[in-house]
Design a binder for this molecule. Sequence first.
Ligand code: MG
Length: 392
Amino acid sequence: MHQPHVFLAAHACHPAQSRGRRHTQAPAPTRSEFQRDRDRIVHSTAFRRLVYKTQVFLNHEGDLFRTRLTHSLEVAQLGRSIARSLQLNEDLVEAVCLAHDLGHTPFGHAGQDALNECMRDYGGFEHNLQSLRVVDTLEERYPDYDGLNLTFETREGILKHCSRRNAQLMERREPGDVGERFLRGWQPSLEAQLCNLADEIAYNAHDIDDGVRSGLIGMEQLCDVPLFERYRQQALKEFPHLRPQQEQRRLLNETIRRMLSDQVYDVIAATSQAIAEHAPRSVEDVRRSPAMVAFSCGMSAQSLELKQFLFRELYRHERVMHTMALAQQVVRELFRLYFEAPGEMPPAQAALAMAGDEMKRARVVSDFIAGMTDRYAAREHERLTGRRLLGD
Ligand code: MG
């Protein structure tokens, strides 16, 4: 038998008290239910595709930029480290962090916006809902059901946002499932709340690193961001030899390292305080309390400032915008081409698309495109149009 989690707090998710899976399964002999979820996610097809999906920079732009896969690993590392300090369930946090971006389209947010626009008349496209759709429906790994058959708690964490309309649809189909909390204003487990914040901590830090590496943002610009400048000054004070130009890479790494550590300690302190204040005695108490995993007010304001800086100077940079416009064109044209000629998709998708009405066909096309890696999408677009818009 697997070891019980002796160090879990009362308000953590205990595997033995899981709300279970849609298809009942006997417990695994050596692993907890959430370890099992984590393992299923790591072995899924969608997980392997993350390596060729864009975080901010397209895959062909450089080998050292983050991809969705390395981003997800960094989120999981931060999440686990905070979870252990707060006596939350580390296995559940790891499972949710590794799965949180499975539903992302190729080409990052630009791809998602384009696909959402294509799906406007067919129920829309939301990447959080798509991540859940991947683990619930699209993965084909088991003989007698679709999806990975994950526990309620992991699925709850994966669906971090959901429109009211989609929550209502889900609730009608399966009352009391993971859509319910969006209608009742409940919080998810602390483990799920933690994954959201770990995501934010991870991308703020690694987007600075990738932004500087790409040459799109400079260290001088970053000096105007108080959160960054504070740690840069600290690093320089302790290691004055990092001042010269040739040491800037090391200085940048040391600054980001300090910023990450401090944000982790800040979340642990602020969350411990919130937990002490609301004193939840179970996960059900957590769900009915206000959100508790958070930065302190000061860190929250500074993190927002950094986010706004990255938005202005990196995500909206002319060069990024230019690539993203091409990426959106690829997605829009692929959608139109497959929708009009479903036979251009592989046989399984083509058969599914041709068997249903327009709504169904649009969803099959949307699932097919959402599952693509950046380079597969660019190649398919070239095959169908004769034009290469992205990559080499
Ligand atoms: Mg993410």
